[in-house]
Design a protein around this ligand. Structure first.
Ligand SMILES: O=c1ccn([C@@H]2O[C@H](COP(=O)(O)O)[C@@H](O)[C@H]2O)c(=O)[nH]1
Length: 232
């Protein structure tokens, strides 16, 4: 895989027109795209199909979290849509993940099934406030192990945790990392972050990058600069 194909551009836009304005300038052989809650709620599966008909592999980032039967059905719907990757929250538990995986395994082709460990916007204090005292890294490692054993293809984690998860879960477990910021870029609401180059060096497979590209004066130039930083 080329270093640039490791970039997943997060299309966190409020309208289809804004998303298309960027997508029409992107090369589907050079990057993937992510459709999350905002764009999907506004534009729905039809927009995902449009992206796919333009040649893009789509990460459907809806972070399913519900009872096993409901999440399994949602994952099957994502598979029917033909997306490349879909995700759920590992904190939904092993039975939820196993049900999703079993349902996907019955389909003729399936997306990669990835689990969110701990949102990259959370720090130690946030964790403690929701009744989970301890270091974010420890929680990520525990959730990654649970998710792998239950049938996930990989996890979403911060690049800060990528090396430890890679060491614990091996080379074939996919590590998808948001919380990626070029040096000097605004963090926004992200807390556990690394630069694109450091994230790759730490073992990330996929770099999910949104606002540093989408909110740049010249989004394409911002993407190119990130790609260049991965090659040098
Ligand atoms: O832990 C997580 C899980 C998902 N995300 C998503 O990634 C992008 C990041 O966007 P930026 O603009 O680069 O911050 C966004 O769509 C999130 O929903 C995450 O950030 N952290």
């Amino acid at each position: 895989m080329t270093p640039s194909k490791r970039i997943i551009v997060a299309l966190d836009f409020a309208t289809e027109a804004e998303a298309l304005a960027l997508v029409e300038r992107l090369d589907p052989t050079g990057c993937r795209v992510k459709v999350g809650k905002e764009l999907f709620t506004r534009c729905g599966p039809v927009f995902v199909e449009k992206l796919q008909s333009c040649g893009f592999e789509v990460f459907l980032d809806l972070k399913f979290h519900d009872i096993p039967n409901t999440v399994a059905g949602a994952c099957a719907a994502a598979a029917d849509l033909g997306v490349w990757m879909v995700n759920l929250h590992i904190s939904g538990g092993a039975r939820m993940i196993e049900a999703a995986r079993a349902r996907l395994d019955r389909m003729s082709s399936r997306p990669l099934l990835i689990g969110v460990t701990l949102l990259t916007s959370l720090n130690r204090e946030d964790l403690s406030a929701v009744g989970c005292p301890g270091e974010p890294g420890e929680r990520v490692l525990a959730l990654a192990a649970l998710g792998h054993a239950a049938g996930l293809d990989g996890v979403v984690c911060s690049p800060l945790e990528a090396a430890a998860v890679r060491a614990a879960q091996g080379p074939d477990f996919r590590l998808v990392t948001p919380g990626v910021r070029p040096a000097g870029a605004s963090l926004g609401d992200q807390v556990r972050v690394m630069t694109p180059r450091d994230a790759l060096a730490a073992g990330a497979d996929d770099l999910v990058i949104g606002r540093p590209i989408t909110e740049a004066d010249d989004p394409l130039a911002a993407l190119r600069a990130i790609e260049d930083s991965l090659m040098t």
